[in-house]
Design a protein around this ligand. Structure first.
Ligand SMILES: Cc1ncc(COP(=O)(O)O)c(C=O)c1O
Length: 279
């Protein structure tokens, strides 16, 4: 069965799906994106992703009115066409194609690209895994709250982590932790769950948003505030969240072992409750 992608108004074989060499996403990273999870054939948290897509494209003045129902239909159709049980849907919208020039012209026609990929998620069952992370300077531009494909700093950080056998790179700005190369970061100290506030310094993760409501419904102690690298090292538990990683425990940061390199009980219980809530 061929793998099918969607470009603009057409479903097309993945291997034939191409963009123009003067597409602004290709030349300037002038594009926004979303990654959604599909678990047991179910599309998860579509509304939150759509809301953030609208935010990102409007912050960058994209000339697009995105039709929510149409995008939803495309996603469901690709899940079916590609027989996707567990995996991700990748959506990218570029500002459009234009003769190369930094300043963009008004009224460009955005290019819309959607495809799917299979993925095994880190689920809180007997194979639930904790991982190492490293810290890395947050050298990103000033608007990481916009989900753009302008990800060079994240790529350098993630590649550095991969080269030293770590799963994620946790960003340090001054002596504060912001988030990570491809996820939000949480620490737990004395049963208090702490994560950076959703301001312009981090991406407001959909997984983060959903987990916050879950934490509140469980009457656990949540604090959205900045925290330092010292607090990170001294925490009882650490985990990261993203659509691809769900809730993934971090059991070592740099040389520091967290909870003796064991997955913490609060992290495990949050992951279990989260999984129950989304499927
Ligand atoms: C930098 C960054 N922060 C946070 C997240 C988590 O966002 P979400 O939970 O919406 O996947 C991601 C996801 O890719 C990310 O790249």
């Amino acid at each position: 069965m061929p793998n099918i992608a969607f470009i603009n108004s057409r479903y097309i074989e993945f291997k034939n799906a191409k963009v123009h060499i003067e597409d602004r996403g290709f030349q300037f990273s002038d594009s926004v994106y979303e990654v959604l999870k599909v678990i047991n054939k179910k599309l998860i948290d579509f509304d939150f992703h759509f809301k953030r897509l609208k935010y990102s494209s409007s912050e960058l003045n994209f000339n697009i009115k995105i039709d929510k129902k149409k995008i939803h239909r495309i996603f469901l159709s690709l899940i079916k066409k590609n027989n996707l049980t567990n995996g991700i849907i990748y959506l990218q919208i570029t500002r459009g194609t234009q003769a190369r020039e930094h300043a963009y012209k008004k009224n460009l026609k955005p290019n819309i690209i959607v495809y799917t990929a299979k993925k095994n998620f880190n689920l809180p069952n007997k194979n639930y895994k904790g991982f190492k992370a490293i810290t890395y300077p947050d050298i990103r531009w000033g608007r990481p709250d916009i989900k753009t494909t302008s990800l060079l700093a994240n790529i350098l950080a993630a590649t550095y982590a991969a080269n030293v056998g770590a799963y994620e790179s946790i960003f340090i700005k001054g002596n504060k932790i912001t988030e990570a190369a491809h996820s939000n970061v949480w620490i737990i100290k004395k049963k208090k769950i702490i994560t950076h506030p959703a301001n312009k310094e981090i991406l407001k993760g959909v997984t983060r948003t959903v987990l916050i409501s879950l934490i509140k419904s469980l009457n656990l102690d949540l604090i959205e505030r900045e925290f330092t690298i010292k607090e990170l090292y001294n925490s009882d538990e650490i985990f990261i969240t993203s659509s691809g990683s769900l809730i993934t425990p971090i059991i070592q940061v740099d040389k520091i072992k967290i909870n003796n390199c064991k997955i913490g009980s609060i992290t495990k219980s949050l992951a279990t409750n989260f999984y129950k809530a989304i499927i």
